[in-house]
Write a protein that binds this ligand. Structure first.
Ligand code: 5AD
Ligand code: SF4
Length: 469
C-alpha cells in the first residue's frame, strides 16, 4: 500500500519505548510508584490521545491519580476550539503554581491543540514559568523522549514546531473504559472551515492503514468492548491519502463484518462528503449504530458559503432525506454555531427553521468564538455579544422542546440498550442511537451487556427505563 502522508518508522517508535524504560529506571528505587494526573479538555480525539499518554506513562512506571495535588506529573491535554475553553485551561495552569510550590519536584506539562498555537506557547514560555514541558499534537508520540529530557536536565522543554503531521502506530495505550472504546482512524483536517483552528493545529488529513484499524477493533471486541467509535475530524475523507481503494464506507462495512456482539459508531462526518454509499452501508449493517452526527453549523446558505462549508442548506436537507429514506428511525445529532461574523437575524431564523425541519435528537450549540489566524477572525463582526446570546438562547430553548418531544416518543417502547456504567444516580445505558437511559432496577452484573429495556419516562436530556423480561 502506498501512502502520500508520512508514517513514523517502527524503529523510532521502538526508541520511544526504550525511553519509557529509562524513565522507569529513574524511579525504581522509590517505595511506591510516582503518580501522574492527566486532565483532558475538548473532543474525543483528545480523550483518545490521553489514553495514549496514560499508556506511555504506565510503561514509564507511573501510577494514576485524579488529584493534581498528589501527582508527580500533571498533564493538561488542551483544546483550542473556543476561547472560553482556552481561558479555563490557562486558569487551571495558573492555579498549579500553588501545587508546585508545595511539591517542588512536580512536573507540569501542557499538550494538545492549545500548545500548538504559537501565541499560546509564547505565553506559556513567558508568563507561566512553572510549566516544564509543552508539546503539540504532532509531538505526542515523542512524549517519552521529551519527558526524559525534562527529568534528566531539569530544564524546560518546548516542542511546538509546525508540521503537517504523521501517523504513529504501536504506541502503548491505557484505555479508560471497559465497555466503550475509541479507535482513531485518521488525524488532521484539510477542510479549513473559515472559523476553525483545527487544520492549523492538527495538520493535514492522514489515514491509518485499514488492516491496523480492523485488527485493533478485533482485539477490542475479543477483550469485551461492546461500543466502538471510529474517530476522525472528518471520517468521510478516510483513505484519500492511501492508495488501497478503501474509503470510509468500505472500512465501516469491513469493521461491521468482524464477528461478535458490538456496535460501531463514528464521528465526525462532514456533510459535503457523506453520501449514499455511506447511508447504504449504515442501512445494511446491523452492527453500525443507527446514529449520525452530521454538523450543519448554519441554516443559511450565505453563511455556509462564508464558513467555507461547501454545501448549501438544500443540499444538507436532501442528504438528511436520503438517509431517512433508508433508515427512518435514524438518530440525528449536530453542531451549530450562532453569531458567525455578519450573520443577520434573518439568517439566524434559517438556522431555527432548519432544526425544526430536521428534528435533531440532540444539538451541540456554540456561540461563534474568533480564533486567531483563521479567516473568519478578520471578518467584520458588528453584532453585540448580547444580541448573539439572545439568539443562542432562543435556539437552545427550541432544541430543548424538540429533544423533549423526541424523547417522549420512546416511552412505552422496548429498546436494546448497552449498559455502560453507573454514576451517582444509578446504572446508565445507551439506546442504539446513543440516547442516555437511566435504569431503575438491575445490578452491576449488567454492565457491559446488551439488555432489553422498557422505557418508562423521559425528559429533555435522558430516558428512564427498567430491564424488560
Ligand atoms: N467558534 C464556535 N464554535 C466552533 N466550532 C469550531 N470552531 C468554532 C469556533 N471558532 C464548533 C463547530 C464544530 C464543533 C466541534 O465546534 O460547531 O463542529
Ligand atoms: Fe474544523 Fe471544519 Fe475540519 Fe471540522 S471539518 S475540524 S469544523 S475545519
Amino acid at each position: 500500500m502506498k501512502r502520500t502522508t508520512q508514517e513514523i518508522p517502527a524503529a523510532l517508535i521502538a526508541r520511544q519505548r526504550e525511553y519509557c524504560d529509562e524513565i522507569r529506571a529513574l524511579s525504581s528505587h522509590l517505595p511506591s510508584p510516582p503518580l501522574a494526573c492527566v486532565d483532558t479538555y475538548g473532543c474525543q480525539q483528545n480523550e483518545a490521545d490521553s489514553e495514549l499518554l496514560r499508556g506511555m506513562l504506565a510503561q514509564m512506571g507511573y501510577g494514576f491519580t485524579q488529584e493534581a495535588e498528589e501527582a508527580d506529573i500533571v498533564i493538561l491535554n488542551t483544546c483550542a476550539i473556543r476561547e472560553h475553553a482556552e481561558q479555563r485551561v490557562l486558569g487551571n495552569v495558573g492555579a498549579l503554581v500553588h501545587t508546585k510550590r508545595r511539591h517542588p519536584g512536580q512536573i507540569i506539562c501542557v499538550c494538545g491543540c492549545m500548545a500548538q498555537e504559537e501565541h499560546v506557547a509564547n505565553r506559556l514560555r513567558e508568563s507561566f514559568r512553572h510549566v516544564d514541558l509543552v508539546f503539540g499534537p504532532h509531538a505526542l508520540w515523542r512524549f517519552p523522549e521529551l519527558l526524559r529530557r525534562v527529568l534528566t536536565r531539569r530544564g524546560r522543554v518546548f516542542e511546538t514546531s509546525r508540521s503537517d503531521g504523521a501517523i504513529a502506530e504501536g504506541l502503548p495505550v491505557r484505555r479508560s473504559g471497559t465497555v466503550k472504546a475509541w479507535v482513531s482512524i485518521m488525524y488532521g483536517c484539510n477542510n479549513f472551515c473559515s472559523y476553525c483552528i483545527v487544520p492549523y493545529v492538527r495538520g493535514r488529513e492522514r489515514s491509518r492503514d485499514p488492516e491496523m484499524i480492523l485488527q485493533e477493533i478485533r482485539e477490542l471486541v475479543e477483550a469485551g468492548y461492546r461500543d466502538i467509535t471510529l474517530l476522525g475530524q472528518n471520517v468521510n475523507s478516510y483513505g484519500k491519502d492511501l492508495d488501497c481503494g478503501v474509503d470510509f464506507p468500505d472500512l465501516l462495512e469491513a469493521a461491521a463484518a468482524i464477528p461478535g456482539d458490538f456496535l460501531l459508531r463514528f464521528m465526525t462526518s462532514h456533510p459535503k462528503d457523506a453520501g449514499d454509499k455511506l447511508f447504504d452501508v449504515m442501512a445494511r449493517c446491523p452492527k453500525v449504530a443507527p446514529h449520525l452526527h452530521l454538523p450543519f453549523q448554519s441554516g443559511s446558505s450565505r453563511v455556509l458559503a462564508a464558513m467555507n462549508r461547501r454545501y448549501t442548506r438544500e443540499e444538507y436537507l436532501s442528504k438528511v432525506d436520503a438517509l431517512r429514506q433508508r433508515i427512518p428511525d435514524i438518530v440525528l445529532t449536530s453542531d451549530v454555531i450562532v453569531g458567525f461574523p455578519g450573520e443577520t437575524d434573518g439568517e439566524f431564523e434559517e438556522t431555527l427553521t432548519l432544526i425544526q425541519q430536521v428534528g435533531y435528537d440532540a444539538l451541540f450549540t456554540f456561540i461563534y468564538s474568533p480564533r486567531k489566524g483563521t479567516p473568519a477572525a478578520s471578518l467584520p463582526d458588528p453584532r453585540t455579544r448580547e444580541e448573539k446570546l439572545a439568539n443562542f438562547n432562543r435556539l437552545v430553548a427550541e432544541q430543548d422542546r424538540i429533544s423533549e418531544e423526541k424523547h417522549r416518543a420512546y416511552v412505552g417502547t422496548v429498546q436494546r440498550c448497552l449498559v455502560d456504567g453507573r454514576d451517582e444516580k444509578g446504572l446508565t445505558a445507551r439506546t442504539p442511537g446513543n440516547r442516555l437511559v437511566r435504569l431503575t432496577g438491575g445490578d452491576e452484573s449488567l454492565i457491559g451487556q446488551f439488555v432489553r429495556v422498557k422505557i418508562t419516562s423521559s425528559n429533555r436530556w435522558s430516558l428512564t427505563g427498567e430491564p424488560a423480561e
